[in-house]
Design a protein around this ligand. Structure first.
Ligand code: GAL
Length: 427
């Protein structure tokens, strides 16, 4: 039997999460015949905004595969910390879903190394996918020449979302370009009584931390942190973590997840939120899924302070787990996920840009046009919270350190815990 890591904290409540089939999931089919037609697609896209993207791709899948039944096995919880814990239990029990969402980079490499996934080179050959995705992205999902997933998008993590009206009210001329400017702007907003910075559940603080580390250290020093033997004890890191402490001191009450935190900006209750560009889908999509807010009026965006010219990326990919019930059904899903039609339906709703290089640029307007341009021009660095640079045990240790920091506000303890996490997990 395979041994695998599972975060102890995430095991709490695992049964209840698994038992309800997730936040937005369908009821699974039980009968023999229907079960063989059913394709279990596992993700964490249940909430407003992100579920819209999945729904759009599901529509194409159902149109192209009238003989198959899509089973939405999503487990609620932004950024997938819950979903990955439930998935670890399913893989441990050798009852994998037919296909699951994972992040390109260190996160997927963990599943590959554990032997959970079947290579999909045959699909790359059949669909002529080599050359369709950026080389650097394919490298993140390849081990020993075998490719193990189909990337469906590129998201940007280092986005500062802001409320133009709250900034005006506070006398802040525009989005802050540096961390000192950011702190000055937060202070001005505080004086108005509005929330300077909105935050969500615990993982959103790790998300904030990755942008602050990048903004304070710059892309070279940030990238160097993920190499084996990296020195996490430097004064530069102490300064970055002190910046983090200062910024967090302006945060409003933690919200349940990323959506209510981002919504505080779009509703003009908070000035700033640092969140990935899935927030764009949520703000922009019509009210049956998103908030139907007006771009540049209700919300606006800029690179997170100090990170202009760097695109902190992540990519959602779908996999072919070994030993799943409906391999053919999973392959049918992967074909849709890989296709231009699938990606061009999914991404404009999801708030992401396509992983494919040949998608239709006319569909990517407003914020998404900026993202497309920056993806092709900016320096690239990988996200921590969203699986690119740190594997799952490392991320769990970082999440734990940040959680303790939230309670104690102790910069030295945070730096020591981050150094220990790196020493224990960097490969
Ligand atoms: C990320 C994921 C995105 C989005 C976000 C919030 O990890 O890659 O697609 O869903 O979490 O849930």
């Amino acid at each position: 039997m395979r041994r695998r890591w599972m975060p102890a904290v995430a095991l709490v409540g695992l049964l209840s999460l698994a038992a309800c089939g997730g936040g937005g999931g369908d009821q699974g089919a039980t009968g023999g015949e229907s079960a063989s037609r059913q394709v279990e697609v596992y993700s964490w896209w249940t909430g407003p905004g992100e579920a819209d993207g999945l729904k759009a791709m599901r529509g194409i899948f159902e149109k192209q595969n009238p003989d198959l039944t899509f089973f939405d096995a999503a487990v609620a919880g932004g950024s997938g910390n819950n979903a990955r814990a439930v998935l670890a239990a399913k893989l441990q029990a050798d009852t994998p879903p037919d296909t699951f969402q994972g992040h390109a980079g260190a996160e997927l490499q963990g599943y590959i190394k554990a032997g959970d996934l079947e290579p999909v080179n045959f699909l790359y050959d059949e669909l002529k996918l080599k050359g369709v995705f950026p080389d650097q992205l394919v490298q993140q999902i390849t081990v020993n020449g075998q490719i193990y997933s189909v990337p469906v998008n590129i998201h940007r993590s280092n986005v500062l979302w802001f409320s133009p009206s709250v900034l005006r009210e506070a006398g802040v001329a525009g989005p802050p370009a540096t961390i000192p400017e950011f702190v000055a702007a937060l202070e001005k907003v505080k004086a108005t009584g509005k929330i300077p910075l909105s935050i969500g559940s615990e993982w959103t603080l790790t998300h904030l931390l990755e942008s602050v580390l990048l903004g304070s250290l710059g892309p070279d020093a940030y990238t160097a942190l993920w190499a084996p033997g990296a020195d996490w004890s430097t004064p530069q890191i102490t300064r970055a973590l002190t910046d983090f402490k200062t910024i967090v001191s302006y945060a409003g009450p933690p919200q349940d997840d990323w959506q209510p935190a981002s919504k505080q900006v779009a509703d003009g209750e908070a000035a700033f939120n640092i969140m990935g560009d899935w927030a764009y889908g949520f703000f922009h999509n019509p009210p049956d899924g998103g908030l139907g807010k007006q771009s540049k009026v209700d919300f606006d965006w800029a690179p997170a302070p100090g990170t202009d010219g760097t695109f902190m990326w992540l990519s959602d990919s779908f996999t072919l787990p070994k030993g799943a019930k409906n391999r053919d059904g999973a392959v049918a899903w992967l074909k849709v996920a890989a296709s231009k039609e699938g990606q061009d339906a999914f991404n404009p709703k999801k708030g992401s840009i396509p992983a494919r290089k040949d998608a239709d640029p006319a569909l990517y307007t407003d914020y998404l046009a900026d993202a497309l341009k920056d993806w092709s021009e900016d320096r690239l660095v990988g996200s921590i919270q969203h699986g690119v640079v740190a594997n799952q045990p490392w991320l769990a240790a970082i999440n734990e350190a940040v959680g303790l920091f939230q309670a104690g506000q102790d910069v030295a303890a945070l730096q020591a815990a981050l150094a220990d996490a790196a020493a224990a997990n960097a490969q």
